[in-house]
Design a protein around this ligand. Structure first.
Ligand code: AMP
Ligand code: ZN
Length: 458
């Protein structure tokens, strides 16, 4: 342990910031719900990955790298996966492998350390069945029409995490009403598979082969890798209900424990240019697509400029500012080689991962380094590396910046021609849109009676 630092974390269950006390400082344990692997991850999915990477780094710093276990699962059995594999005419295994490989490459580019364990749902079916059998034996689950359902009324204190009123939970978006449920709140632990769907021998004497529900996966994988009770459980705020509420119900009722995890942490949602990200709005951005235009460190910094519990508005303007900041940090600190992480940075992070405050501390160090303070430059460099930045040399970084300015000339000409056509057709909304698109590429247009010319914005 480097030194005793008081770490405070906001716990969704108690709705307060609490001092973090691990069950065992020699083995600090964190579980974060990972991706469902059927397509490229979007930039919203990157938020929990980056936020909990920062927490992982901080915990390793405080307790020692060998004393922290971080589990982030891979959901590789899901209806969306089945549908996508069928659509593309490939096997489920090929789809999940390909998607997982892409996910790994994306988040590595974002500067995230690999978690200690990345368990796959399909490799933990037996553990899920053990839990399901236990829940049935304990009167917390029942078999109906080849399904196994968790009986919510069997758990008197169900609902503490989300604290949602009962009627709201029943009407809730992801709560399915179905004839095999004794109570509308009951949820699926196991369901029968149709021919062609992935299937395993069912538990509880059910003859039809089946597959697990979503929530039981995380109860089984956290149990196998972290035990019945562990320290921190994380994910996006959308997972509070029903996913995490149901994980708690399953694990606590299977193990007869008072808690599943001692701290429940949730990141706020990400929206794009002021709007909810969705395929229908056309503002759905994958990490992969962003990485074609922006260095991974720019995406990472842009994410951390907002406190993790606040909603974040993802904008091109913000990305540009983040890139400028990194240019500056690279110039001042890339050649420095300190080992001491700034106390102000650690202090800010220890206050419920206050990354905006940590970044303010970095700016302070940068100003001192700029005026010739070598120690400040060293501290800036080591703090940035600790946070997952400065992974390139100053020269590589600068070269990349230059490459970012390279403009695809033929694409510019195609857009200019399309704009000229739009103007002729008096479709000024379209011609303005194209001008803006070019401006975003760093191209400024000059219209004259002889036609349109362009130059690179300076
Ligand atoms: P999913 O694959 O939808 O289960 O999401 C994987 C992770 O990304 C979960 O922790 C979600 O809470 C999180 N997540 C999904 N969409 C967003 C978003 N727009 N903003 C922040 N986190 C998100
Ligand atoms: Zn989960």
């Amino acid at each position: 342990m480097s030194w005793i630092m008081e770490l405070k974390l906001y716990d969704t269950l108690t709705r307060e910031k609490r001092v973090f006390v691990p069950l065992d400082p020699a083995r600090v344990r964190m579980y974060v719900c990972g991706p469902t692997v059927y397509d490229f991850a979007h930039i919203g999915n990157a938020r929990p990955v980056i936020v909990f990477d920062v927490l992982f780094r901080l915990l390793r710093h405080i307790y020692g790298a060998d004393h922290v276990t971080y589990v982030r699962n891979i959901t590789d059995v899901d209806d969306k996966i089945n549908a996508r594999a069928a659509e593309r005419g490939i096997s489920i295994r090929d789809l999940t492998e390909e998607t997982y490989k892409n996910f790994k490459a994306d988040i590595e580019a974002l500067g995230c350390l690999p978690p200690t364990v990345e368990p796959r749902a399909t490799e933990h079916i037996d553990a899920m069945k053990v839990l399901i059998e236990r829940l049935v034996a304990g009167g917390h689950a029942y078999v109906e029409q080849d399904h196994v359902l968790f009986s919510v009324p069997s758990m008197p204190d169900y609902g503490q995490l989300s604290k949602r009123p009962l009627d709201e939970m029943i009407a809730g978006a992801r709560v399915e009403v179905a004839p095999y449920k004794k109570d509308a709140q009951d949820f699926v632990l196991w369901k029968p598979s149709k021919p062609g769907e992935p299937a395993w021998p069912s538990p509880c004497g059910i003859a039809t082969p089946g597959r697990p529900g979503w929530h039981i996966e995380c109860s089984a994988m956290s149990w196998k890798h972290l035990g019945e009770t562990f320290d921190i459980h994380g994910g996006g705020i959308d997972l509070v209900f029903p996913h995490h509420e149901n994980e708690i119900a399953q694990s606590r009722c299977a193990f007869h424990t008072g808690v599943m995890a001692n701290y429940w942490m949730h990141n706020g949602f990400l929206q794009v240019e002021g709007e909810k990200m969705s395929k229908s709005l056309g503002n759905f951005v994958t990490i992969h697509a962003l990485l074609a235009d922006w260095p991974g460190e720019v995406l990472r910094l842009n994410m951390l400029r907002t406190h993790y519990r606040q909603p974040i508005d993802w904008t091109v303007k913000g990305l540009e500012e983040s890139w400028k900041t990194l240019d500056d940090w690279y110039m001042v600190a890339a050649d420095a080689s300190g080992t001491l992480v700034s106390g102000h940075v650690l202090e800010a992070l220890s206050d419920d991962l206050n990354t905006p405050q940590a970044i303010a501390a970095l700016h302070g160090l940068r100003n001192r380094a700029q005026s010739g303070d070598r120690l400040a430059a060293d501290e800036l460099a080591s703090s940035l590396r600790f946070l997952g930045f400065l992974r390139e040399s100053a020269a590589d970084w600068a070269a990349r910046r230059q490459a970012g300015r390279d403009i695809d000339v033929s694409k510019v000409q195609v857009l200019i021609d399309a704009r000229t056509a739009a103007r002729k057709a008096k479709n000024f909304a379209e011609s303005d849109r194209i001008r803006d698109e070019l401006a975003a590429m760093g191209v400024v247009l000059k219209d004259s009676k002889d036609g349109t010319t362009w130059e690179i914005a300076r």
